[in-house]
Design a protein around this ligand. Sequence first.
Ligand code: AMP
Length: 290
Amino acid sequence: MTTSTRIDSIAALRRALEPARRAGQTIALVPTMGALHAGHGSLIERARRESDVVVVSVFVNPIQFDNATDFAAYQINLDADTAFCGERGADLVFAPPAGEMYPPDRATHVEVERLGEHLCGRFRPGHFRGVTTVVAKLFNIVQPHRAYFGEKDAQQLAIIERMVRDLDFPIEIVPVETVREPDGVAMSSRNRRLSPGERGLAPLLYAALSKGRTAILEGCTSGREARQLILDCLAAEPQLRPEYVEVVDAASMEPVEDLRGRRLRLAAAVWLGSTRLIDNVAAVCLQQPD
Ligand code: AMP
């Protein structure tokens, strides 16, 4: 087992990476908010296989929270997370305090237009602007060759891919498949907040999305019908309260009605008690438009 070195200042991180950069080694970045689980683990392990130096950032980014209660409830244990990174072969853990990332007189944000208008963006004002701002900062601080993001947060991934393209970051974005529990629930730090009863209902989210995907594979070409099928499936359990269910184009993240020939994401956010869960599945509609 290796151990990861924890670093909390931007200057110290740049110093630590300097020898590797000079030697022409490849650097990978895995941005996280800590409370690490096997989903994060798969990003770190993939980065380890593909690059010489692996940096995991652990930073609960205050400016991406649209809800103060959610931010307050976001508990992490830096020692446990650093040990977790070491077990998976990460070299450095970058865990800056908020003041290191955000000087009090900061005045700059990064915002990707349009891709954040639907899905989570509609319900979490300012969320994606906070994400793109912190990720752009991390890209400039670490200057990685590759950065790893989970498909679990498909809208975030699409927005970051667009930011990298539009702003010419010389970074390859590597998408990593969603890691699930044996019962289908997507791993998430927020699952820990579910009561045992709520946890028992959580598999319905993935089951409902999977039903929509199967319908599309079997010939459904209407976004409205696929969406309704998912909603009907979720309605079987009244404790599970949908915030949104959408069938979107995988590139634009905009809802679509005529699914023919498209690469799609079926995405949903649901509330279980006071916990908000999101999930999505990819689907391709093989029928071609006339
Ligand atoms: P977070 O700490 O929730 O901000 O997530 C950090 C990164 O891990 C993001 O790129 C997420 O998409 C990814 N991630 C979180 N959960 C999973 C999962 N179950 N499977 C794969 N990637 C995940």
